[in-house]
Each structure stands twice: as C-alpha cells, then as structure tokens.
Design a binder for this molecule. Structure first.
Ligand SMILES: Cc1ncc(COP(=O)(O)O)c(C=O)c1O
Length: 506
C-alpha cells in the first residue's frame, strides 16, 4: 500500500471478490479465503522481518562460521522493547506482582518476606481478593476493581473534577490496545461508512479495515511541519469521501504518533474535536505512547480531558486507547490495555459490551499488569526507589537514542528527519537516486523497500519501509525504532551503508 490514495489495498470498497465458486469444493488454497483477508497487509511483520529472522537463525546455527557480512541482527522494525537483542529489562514491580498473583502459595511462604517488598505482597493479596484465580475468566469488560483503578488513574492524570470523573462502567480492559482497536473498528464499520486514518499510520488500522472490507479514508499529516495534523487535510478527506457516497463515521488520531514521533499541540487537538463535532465523527484516540515524551517542553494531554473541560456542541464521542506494551513497561507479550468510552450512547455501549463478551475476557495477567500501570509504587512504598530508578533509566535511554539518531541521520546526504518528540520511532525521508528507483521497479519493489532490503542484507539492520505506513506518491521513508542498545555502533553501520548506496545508484 505505497500510495494509499490511489490503490485498493485500504479496503475502500473496490475489493474484487474473485469469481471462485468453481473452486469451492476443491482442496483449500488461499484463493478460497475471505477476499478481505487477502487484501490486508501488515508491514511491521512483513517479508523483511521474516528475512531478518532467517539471518538470525543462520547465525545461530553456524556460529562464527556464518558467511554474512555483519556480526549481529539489529531489530529496529517493531516496537517490542523486551524482544531478544533489544533486551529492555521489565519493571521489577510488574513482574513481582505477576509472580505472586500467579503462584499464590508464595504469599503464605515465610521466604516471600525476603523476596518481595511489603507493598508488592499487599498489592498481590488485594488483587487476588478481587480476581480470584488468574485461571478463571473474569468479567468480560475486565475485573471491576481494576477498571475502578483505571478510572481513578484517568481522573488523576487529567486533573478531572468530580463531575467529570472517569466512570469504571465506561472502561473496557483489552488484550493489548490492538484488540480494543479492532473491536471498535468492527463495531463501527459498515459498507457505506468509512474511518479517517492518518497517513502515515500504524498499519493495524489499514490491515484491520481491509479485513473488515470497509473504507479507510486517508488524511495526510504534514511532514514539513513536524508531522502535524492540518485540519484542512481532514476536511479534504471528508469531502473526498462524500464525493464517493461514503459517510465518515470515525477519525483516528495517534498521539504521540507512530511512525511520526510527533506530539500534538493543544490547539490542533481542539480543532480536531471541532471537526468531529461538526461531522458527528467518533474520535478514536490512540494514546499508547502517552508517557514516551522526549522533549520536556512538549506536554502530552489526552483528548478526553480536553473534551471534558471544553466540551463542543454536540459533544464528541471518544474512545481512548492505552496499553502496557509501550511507555517504560514494554510488556508487549502480556497483552494488556484498556479503552475508555466518553459520551457514548447507552445502546452503543451495550453492543460493544456484547462483542467484548463474545471474546469472554481479556487475559487476566494482562489485566493485572494494567493495574500495575495505573497504580505504580508511590513515594513511601518499599518498591518505589527501584521502580523510579528503572523507569527513569529506560526513559533516559529512549530519549538519548532518539536524539542521537535524529541528529546523525540528518547529517547524511539524501536523508531528512523530523525531530521525534514522542513515541518510540524516528521516521526519516529518503531522497533516493533515480538509479535506485529504477532498480526497485525492476525488482517489483517500492524504492524504500529496496533500500531497506539492501540495508538488511549488508548491515543486518532491519527497519520498516515507509510504504508500509502509507506515504505520498513518489516519496520514500524508513521507520526505525529507538529501542536498540548500542546506538552509536549501528548508526555507524547505517551511515556507511547509506553513503555507499547513494554513490552506487547515483
Ligand atoms: C499506535 C499503536 N497503537 C496500538 C498498538 C498496539 O499495541 P498493543 O496491542 O501491544 O497494546 C501499537 C503497537 O505498536 C501502536 O504503535
């Protein structure tokens, strides 16, 4: 989906349903599948990631005798902090609470007093009293006490007055933000409505909308202005949808941005809320990177806090998503997250609850990690000093790596990189020579796919090509995560590769 405005891979209603009824009784092949599923693509786990895994397996099998021109694989393609090779350590508090809630006899073992801080033991007892066994299904919306804690977290985070306080009845715990996003997209999607999505975007949105055979309505972010959202581009996308007889139903905003790393300004957010009010759009606020802010002058605020404090007329229905996978916890594999519904009519909430209940419940250990996320140790708790040290160490490393990468990439000929003030990515634009573009075309690749594959083959660094996130016709980008330790060494590899590549194809 290199040019999301000009081809059908966004599930824009032009999917060609193959006339394959002759084959219905033959042996199963991919062409018998749901055509909408065949349309979906998800670049962050695409062919380059697979090739990188092959290289890794090859190096492991051959040891020092491998014949690859690099000494390690650098997985810079996906925001998965604890993955092998990235090795971001888990926050101890999260794992201690998980251990005690998972194997409860430890709670009554006298040795636990030496192994686990008092606040961890108290938290585990409290949670077990609410959850019961982690091996049992919970309430489909999530354990009520944990939802209560999420609501208290939102109320405190956003400094809400009692009249605006978050209500646990509107909190849904999920198996990561992804599951919440796909649940909401499923509930909102029809053949004739569409969902406005930013370009570039995290491909969860395009992939899910394609699989639902509904309409993704792309609006372009403004790269030259720090990847900001220009309200006019949303208006343009809405007009374009109307011209195709599609009614926009919801607007997705990712803040801080993936892949852009941009943190939205309050005035822009207010303009977004105004557009949503004007067109009765549900605002889907993907806020999973809310604590990954690298520029202390850029304050992150939630959309729902703005909507509560300065409500539009009519009020905007908002779903805000959060996750245990990002931030400093990085607990991607535990699958935990939540969404909060604001200003939703009761009949819609009831349908969302119905669909959540079809999935029985979110993973209970994921829910427990959400509790840790929203109720971390506070000053005075035995765990607090370690928690504080671990989280600031991670945040500092992310910030320093981000700054180093942006600075050194910008120093290269043929690359320009906007500052990344938030999230876990840098997203430089590449100005590739015509020779490279011609070669890519010959190989049936987008120019940035070709560049990324050469980068992987020659340096072992795996990135995600911009064509996977959507970009304007003729542009090339790559997304790199800022999660890899040893940044100076591998940025050095990129510099060497890039200069040689530009020279070779000029
Ligand atoms: C913008 C955005 N939203 C949602 C997710 C999903 O995260 P999870 O399902 O692990 O919570 C990601 C993961 O990278 C993301 O980047």
């Amino acid at each position: 989906m290199s040019t999301p405005t000009s081809n059908g891979s966004l599930g824009n209603g032009h999917t060609h349903h193959a006339h394959n009824h002759h084959h219905h009784h033959g042996p199963l092949t991919a062409k018998h599948l749901n055509p909408a599923v065949l349309q979906a693509s998800y670049a962050v786990r695409g062919p380059l990631a697979t090739k990188a895994e092959h290289y890794r397996a090859h190096m492991k099998a051959k040891g020092d005798a491998h014949d690859l021109p690099f000494k390690s694989i650098v997985t810079a393609n996906i925001g998965n902090p604890q993955q092998a090779g990235l090795d971001q350590p888990p926050i101890t508090f999260f794992r201690q609470v998980a251990a005690l809630t998972e194997y409860t006899p430890l709670l009554d073992d006298p040795r636990a007093q030496d192994l686990f801080p008092a606040d961890v033991r108290a938290r585990a007892r409290e949670l077990i009293a609410e959850v019961g066994s982690t091996g049992a299904y919970s309430h489909s919306q999530g354990v009520p006490a944990i939802r209560q804690h999420v609501a208290e977290f939102i109320t405190k985070r956003d400094h809400l007055t009692p009249e605006h306080a978050s209500d646990p009845a509107n909190i849904f715990l999920t198996a990561g933000a992804s599951q919440g996003v796909s649940l909401i997209l499923q509930v909102l999607s029809t053949k004739t409505t569409g969902i406005l999505i930013p370009i570039p975007q995290y491909p969860l949105y395009t992939a899910t909308l394609a699989a639902l055979d509904t309409n993704a309505l792309p609006y372009h972010l403004n790269e030259a202005d720090d990847w900001s959202l220009d309200p006019q581009s949303v208006e343009d996308a809405i007009a374009e949808a109307h011209a195709r007889s599609i009614s926009p139903r919801a607007l997705v905003v990712i803040n801080p941005g993936n892949p852009t790393g941009s943190v939205m300004q309050k005035e822009t957010m207010q303009a977004v809320l105004d557009i949503c009010a004007k067109y009765h759009l549900v605002l889907l606020a993907d806020e999973v990177y809310q604590v990954n802010i690298h520029d202390p002058t850029r304050e992150w605020v939630s959309f729902s806090s703005l909507a509560r404090k300065s409500p539009t007329e009519p009020k905007v229905a908002i779903v805000s998503f959060h996750s245990i996978s990002k931030g400093v916890s990085g607990e991607c594999g535990r699958r935990g997250g939540y969404f909060e519904l604001l200003n939703f009519p009761a009949d819609v909430t009831a349908q969302i609850y119905k669909m959540a209940s079809v999935g029985l419940c979110p993973p209970v250990q994921g829910q427990i990690a959400v509790d840790c996320l929203v109720r971390p140790p506070t000053p005075g708790d035995e765990s607090y000093p370690l928690y504080e040290k671990e989280s600031t160490t991670i945040a500092r490393a992310l910030k320093e790596r981000t700054e180093t990468m942006v600075r050194r990439l910008n120093a290269l000929e043929g690359i320009s990189c906007q500052p990344s003030t938030g999230a876990l990515y840098v997203y430089p634009q590449l100005y590739l020579p015509q020779g490279a573009k011609d070669e890519a075309k010959k190989r049936g690749q987008e120019p940035d796919e070709f560049y990324s594959e050469c980068l992987l083959d020659e340096t072992g660094i795996c990135v995600t090509p911009g064509s996977g996130f959507g970009q304007k016709e003729g542009e090339s980008h790559i997304r790199l995560t800022v999660l890899c330790p040893g940044v100076d060494e591998y940025v050095g590899r990129i510099e060497k590769f890039h200069n040689a590549f530009m020279k070779k194809w000029e």
